[in-house]
Design a binder for this molecule. Structure first.
Ligand code: NAP
Length: 422
């Protein structure tokens, strides 16, 4: 139901129900949103609560997207926990007044309003939004260098407010990409953050980009990032070797293009690397070697990974660094199991390996992965769709590693699943 007042002969609604569309271009004063506040940091199912908040103002190069569906990402598990960073306090230090975090870093929707300097999109366009955000007047950005390396780069909907858990999300216009027409709203909402991150990791760090025949070891291969990495590797002629913790995930990874699947529960040497003069060193090394052998068995020959796709961090990095091929690259975008990483530097320098950090993507990389999705070379891997009111629950599942494979989404203004295809 629309409620509101009359302004100059036209009706400006105070707020509209989810799924109800005001006239194109008209933005209500308030909106429904899922929000975290500092006094409820903790378990995601409690930290994320539905509230009514003011709709955000649009800057000259901003867009407001009428969000049809949102993806759910691990970053907003961290936001709920208030760990390792209190995103609200961080923004307040930069002068932003809001005492809440209305998050969400992935969405599909309709451009509903644009700033007066926006040229990339028009009101009414159906879009997906990538989560690379940066200050547009940052000298680094203006110089034409990779904006994801700018000091002002932030994760949209995590380090910025008014993300995709809002009825009207605020983004910078350059973040918009065309919504693939063959996808439903929820399929289109679920992939961009993980897919663009995986794309930059695998294609953004030359000369270590996936080439025909390259073995790529993918941790968490049935997860959001991993399912994208397996497909991107396969789409470029590489040989993805998937790592999972559950036999039920094996077939899913093979269907995505993995040439072999390793169950990490068959090994016990995880965690930080022991001191090489301790008695723990021998068993640890035995485990790492056995894991390397499992990769060769998966590949069918003694070929080690040219690229190791890392994100668990502390638990797996010493093994990743050991099994990476001579001259290869371990590329990492997270430390889900911890940040205190160790590796055997002897192998690192003697075999001239590269340890590369990577974070989100720039516009070019987001466009490239979106094109692979449009061409149906990469599937978004939507496994589950929840309602708007289940946003907290969806994060809780992710926090407990109990969510289904691939990516998950929640409806926002879309009233049911299966809509949005053309
Ligand atoms: P996800 O869907 O939950 O997948 C993570 C996978 O990691 C799980 O499926 C799990 O697979 C595996 N895993 C869990 N514990 C593990 C352990 N101890 N050892 C090895 N593997 C383990 O999450 P995601 O969306 O892929 O994100 C993963 C991480 O990347 C998160 O921390 C997220 O915040 C971060 N991330 C960073 C960026 C960036 O740009 N910096 C972008 C996206 C995501 P199995 O249990 O089957 O092995």
């Amino acid at each position: 139901m629309v409620t509101g007042s009359t302004h100059g002969g036209g009706s400006l609604p105070d707020i509209v129900d989810l799924g109800e569309q005001p006239s194109l271009g008209i933005v209500p004063e308030k909106m429904h949103a899922f929000v975290v506040r500092q006094d409820r940091f903790g378990e995601p199912k409690k930290a994320w609560q539905r509230e009514v908040i003011p709709a955000p103002a649009v800057g000259p190069k901003d867009v407001l997207v009428y969000v049809m569906a949102t993806g759910i990402n691990y970053n907003n598990v961290w936001a709920a926990l208030g760990y390792p960073v209190d995103v609200i306090a961080e923004r307040q230090k930069k002068g932003e007044p809001e005492d809440f975090h209305a998050g969400g870093s992935d969405c599909s929707g309709i451009v509903w309003a644009i700033g007066d300097q926006v040229t990339e999109v028009a009101v009414g366009d159906e879009v997906v939004v990538h989560s690379g955000w940066w200050e547009l007047d940052d000298p680094w950005v203006l110089s034409g260098k990779d904006p994801m390396l700018a000091l002002s780069a932030r994760i949209w909907g995590y380090q910025t407010n008014y993300g995709s858990y809002c009825q009207f999300a605020r983004a910078q216009s350059h973040q918009c990409q065309p919504k693939p027409k063959h996808l439903t709203w929820e399929e289109a909402a679920c992939y961009m953050l993980c897919a663009s991150t995986a794309y930059r990791m695998l294609m953004g760090w030359p000369p270590h980009t996936v080439e025909e025949g390259d073995v790529v070891l993918v941790w968490g291969a049935a997860g959001g990032l991993g399912s994208m990495a397996v497909q991107i590797t396969a789409a470029h002629g590489g040989k993805p070797v998937a790592v999972v913790s559950d036999e039920d995930k094996r077939q899913f990874c093979i269907d995505l293009g993995a040439i072999g699947v390793i169950n990490r529960n068959e090994f016990e040497h995880w965690g930080t690397m022991p001191n090489i003069s301790s008695t723990q060193w021998g068993p640890w090394m035995k485990g790492a070697r056995a894991f390397g052998k499992a990769i060769w068995e998966a590949v069918g020959e003694r070929e080690s990974p040219r690229i190791v796709f890392e994100h668990p961090g502390e638990a797996t990095l010493p093994t990743s660094a050991f099994v990476c091929d001579t001259g290869g690259m371990i590329v990492i975008c997270a430390g889900t199991t911890g940040y205190n990483v160790t590796m055997d530097l002897r192998y690192h320098w003697m075999m001239q390996k590269r340890f590369q950090g990577s974070h989100l993507s720039n516009d070019v990389q987001a466009a490239a992965i979106n094109q692979l999705i449009i061409e149906k070379k990469v599937d978004p891997c939507l496994s589950d769709t929840f309602t708007f009111d289940e946003i907290g629950h969806a994060h809780q599942l992710m926090h407990e590693n109990k969510h289904a494979y691939g990516n998950i989404a929640c409806l926002v203004n879309a009233t049911r699943t299966g809509q949005g295809t053309q």
